[in-house]
Write a protein that binds this ligand. Structure first.
Ligand code: HT9
Ligand code: FE2
Length: 386
């Protein structure tokens, strides 16, 4: 499939009816004392074994107790502000996180200070699953509820809409293509051979139950990744002038060993392929929008060490971060969502074989487990209790 060199740029638009943008992320610790309370926030009631938590804590301590995620979100916020300003769109950007400061509630305080009545939310997760979709929508509803701002009909202090899952938006895909092409060049400078390299896409593993539940009303989490992967591999192959063999692998599994999660783990895949003679690898972290802890630890520290032990030449491609096609694409998505909110016909740009995902999610969309409504309300859906 051919990717457009320049995906279409809409004319400058108003973002009405929105009066603010919520940049909504995961959060991460800023210093060693934050690590344990942060992990408690993340894992509240999720049955992650203590062993795993200690391990994950060590990953953070190895980086001075500080995750790169907060600075990256500030950089994304600045890039979004610059792109909005360049298009003449007056939309203040407010940042909030599910698991660390500034918390969702801090963002709601700020939105109130701005006098915002209707905000559009952008979550820093490109794919739809419980972790990247409903969990954010539940957190928003729960936080409003605690403030007495969630009415039984879903009416809220500030009203929220959300941009759709953007894994198949041309901006996100183009930014990944650019990053992978650069990684192939880097592989050559390290003495590797791009023509012999395998392109290994990597994303966050999730439990099989969460994968199954991610497919209500749309393709599942892994199917979304496979679509992006095949597009990126084909476009990279075209630019490099040779076929690119690729596979999808997973990282950052947690949970008890008895619980099945998506596989293969990236380290296991590398080990197996090395046995079959593979010597050159490009890792492309398509599952992550920036270089946060999973990327700098699970890939740069662990997977690259595995590759080195196996005698491979390996490089890790960049994440989309603040690359221009990605940031421009996000602003296109905000403009698109505003058009939908105004009841206009809009062009929902996509690439690949999957349709644009719904921005108002259908009932039972992206539950943690199949067909088990959690009883937790979730915003930006057709039915907030399902
Ligand atoms: C799909 C997915 C994304 C990608 C989408 C997205 O980007 O949002 C993501 C992102 C992130 N996950 C993060 C951190 C953690 N995730 C954990 C645990 C879990 N993640 C899960 C899934 C995902 N997680 C799941 C199914 C669990 C099991 C518990 C549960 O069912 O919820 C745990 C607990 C310990 C552990 O088990 O690892 C931690 C510390 C950070 C912050 C990193 C930083 O600080 O830089 C980020 C961005
Ligand atoms: Fe996670």
């Amino acid at each position: 499939m051919r990717m457009p060199a320049n995906f279409p740029q809409p004319a400058a638009h108003d973002a009405a009816p929105y009066d603010a943008l919520l940049l909504y992320s995961f959060g991460g610790p800023n210093k060693p004392e934050d690590v344990v309370p942060f992990l408690r926030n993340v894992t509240a009631g999720k049955g992650i074994p203590d062993e795993r938590l200690e391990q994950v804590g060590e990953h953070y301590y190895g980086f001075g107790g500080k995750s790169p995620i907060n600075e990256q979100n500030l950089a994304l916020k600045a890039a979004l502000e610059a792109e909005l300003a360049a298009r003449g769109i007056d939309l203040p950007v407010v940042w909030g996180n599910r698991n660390w400061e500034p918390y969702t509630g801090d963002a709601l305080d700020e939105l109130e200070k701005l006098g915002a009545k209707r905000a559009v939310a952008l979550v820093t997760s490109a794919y739809a699953s419980y972790s990247g979709c409903r969990q954010y929508r539940e957190d928003l509803a729960t936080t409003l509820d605690k403030r007495g701002q969630l009415g039984p009909d879903g009416s809220t202090g500030v009203q929220f809409d959300k941009i759709r899952a953007y894994f198949n938006h041309p901006g996100f895909v183009q930014a990944n293509i650019d990053a992978v092409v650069e990684a192939y060049a880097e592989l050559e400078t390290k003495g590797g051979s791009g023509a012999d390299a395998k392109l290994v896409f990597v994303t966050h593993s999730i439990p099989d139950t969460m994968e199954a539940a991610s497919g209500v009303g749309h393709a599942t989490y892994s199917e979304q990744h496979l679509d992006v992967a095949s597009l990126v591999a084909a476009a990279v192959g075209e630019q490099l002038g040779h076929d690119v063999e690729w596979e999808l692998a997973y990282c950052s599994r947690s949970g008890p060993p008895s619980q099945p999660w998506l596989e293969p783990d990236v380290n296991d895949l590398l080990t197996e392929r090395a046995g079959a003679g593979l010597r050159n690898v490009v890792l492309s972290p398509i599952g992550f929008v920036s270089d946060h802890m999973e990327v700098v630890y699970d890939l740069d520290t662990e997977a690259l060490a595995t590759a080195a032990e196996l005698g491979m030449t390996a490089v890790r491609a960049g994440t989309v971060g603040t690359r221009a096609p990605f940031v421009q694409g996000l602003v296109d998505l905000i403009v698109e969502r505003a058009g939908l909110a105004r009841g206009e016909q809009v062009d929902e740009a996509t690439v690949g074989s999957l349709p644009a995902f719904p921005s108002v999610t259908p009932p039972l969309c992206c539950l943690r487990r199949h067909e088990e409504p959690s009883g937790i309300p979730a915003l930006c859906s057709e039915d907030m209790y399902r």
